[in-house]
Ligand binder design. Structure first.
Ligand code: PLP
Length: 440
């Protein structure tokens, strides 16, 4: 946005954004002094808000002791304590924690542990990981192979083994007479069909985001979907991986989204809100029955240099304590339903908002050219960039994506930090209303 010298740095595109100066609570300031409300917590990361004094103090104390001690040379207390704390927040039996530096690594680790478990228990024929279209599970080649988002996967298809996909349950697009319960079962049964088509003895795992992230725009399945998926996995001895990279750490109003439906997955991937942007950190958490045979069979053939970094783990532990101390799961649930209602009201004024959805503070809306038919806006309109720019100019950050996998669509994530107050919600909705009016 601000004209600057050419940079040596590059990310995905030529897009340039303002230079950040500082951040505090739900706000970020650029170097020109302009203030932005972080309405998407970055990429749904900054769950406890920016520059939390208690977390910074914990990190400062840890920095003065040790910032790095290689895990094959030394154990460290922050990693031990964070593992114990994490295990205490998981469903019964999911209590073995493997640290990584981000979400892609957490997913990659879950897939590799699942495979090594199969090999260690004489199930070598199982290697396929079924996933959903659309979905996003990360950018490393293993995580990408289970990602259902064509523009990201297409260039790499010759280099990786693409995994079988089933349609994600986009029930809001269906125009049939099924009840939500029946719809949930219909979508879940796609997994059963796919397993039979592939041959159950070749299928290792099924991976899903319990509430979709940016790839689907906070897609929530009908309640019946979740239990039925667990039953199908059990029926065929297939491991269930919950990718809670975005949904975990309180974002949907519970520490894990799995808690909404009482599901116990076999493996869980965490990152983003887990250290809330204070350090690059993620975790793969597994049922003990998967870990023991792998360790007995010679060990997990996988790991990262920065795994269990003491500074990152100290930050993660302080973040989890903050979530608990401030009841941020409860606040996410309360503020989430208030914000969702406010977004739904916007549908009255703006007919091009086709749908508002999500859970807790993982919320999104989708723009369409016709709400009745849910016809997407023409791609050339670039609405997913334009609305974000309108919001930026008014000091509001939202996160958008044009889905290109299955069906195209412009989704906008409105996912502020879990510390938001009603006054912050007013500011978000006011700025969003003006931005939508400018787009109309
Ligand atoms: N899984 C999900 C559900 C995500 O939303 C993301 C990131 O957006 C990832 C995995 C990858 O995480 P990271 O970008 O930290 O590698």
């Amino acid at each position: 946005m601000t004209a600057r010298e050419p940079s040596h740095l590059f990310y995905q595109s030529r897009l340039r954004r303002p230079l950040v100066d500082r951040a505090e609570g739900v706000y970020i300031w650029d170097v020109d002094g302009k203030r932005y409300l972080d309405g998407s917590s970055g990429a749904m990361v900054a769950n406890i808000g920016h520059s939390n004094a208690r977390v910074l103090e914990t990190m400062r104390r840890q920095m003065e002791k040790a910032t790095f001690a290689y895990r094959l040379h030394f154990e460290n207390e922050p990693a031990e304590r964070l593992a114990a704390k994490t295990a205490s927040l998981m469903p019964e039996g999911i209590d073995r924690v493997f640290f990584v530096s981000g979400g892609s690594e957490a997913v990659e680790s879950a897939i590799k542990l699942a495979r090594q478990y199969a090999v260690a228990t004489g199930q070598d024929s199982r290697w396929k990981v079924i996933s959903r279209m659309p979905s996003y599970h990360g950018s490393t080649l293993g995580a990408l192979a289970v990602t259902g988002y064509d523009p990201l996967t297409a260039p790499f298809l010759p280099m990786m083994r693409e995994m079988p996909k089933i349609a994600a349950p986009r029930a809001y697009l269906d125009r049939d007479n099924l009840s939500p319960h029946e719809r949930g079962l219909k979508y879940a049964d796609l997994l059963r069909d796919k397993i039979l088509e592939e041959g159950a003895e070749t299928v290792l795992a099924f991976i899903m985001e319990p509430v979709g992230g940016a790839s689907t725009g906070a897609l929530v399945a009908p309640d019946s979907y979740y239990g039925r998926i667990r039953e199908i996995c059990d029926e065929f001895g297939i491991l269930l991986i919950y990718d809670e990279v975005m949904t975990g750490a309180g974002r949907t109003g519970r520490f894990l989204a799995a808690e909404h439906w009482g599901i116990t997955p076999d493996l869980i991937a965490l990152s983003k809100g887990f250290a809330a942007g204070y350090a690059p950190l993620g975790a793969m958490v597994a049922h003990n029955r998967l870990v023991e045979p792998v360790l007995d069979a010679g060990g997990f053939q996988h790991g990262y240099t920065y795994a269990g970094n003491p500074l990152a783990c100290a930050a993660g532990l302080a973040v989890l304590e903050e979530i608990e101390r401030e009841d941020l799961c409860g606040n996410a649930e309360r503020m989430g339903s208030a914000l969702k209602e406010r977004l739904e009201l916007l549908m009255k004024r703006f007919p091009f908002i086709g749908d508002v959805r999500g859970k807790g503070l993982l919320l999104a809306f989708e723009l369409v050219s016709d709400r009745e038919t849910m016809t997407p806006l023409p791609a050339a309109q670039n609405a997913y960039l334009k609305l974000v720019d309108e919001a930026y100019s008014r000091g509001l950050i939202i996160y958008s994506r044009r889905t290109r996998g299955g069906r195209e669509g412009d989704h906008f994530m409105v996912c502020p930090p879990l510390i938001v107050t009603r006054e912050h919600l007013d500011e978000i909705v006011d700025k969003l209303t003006d931005s939508l009016a400018a787009l109309a």
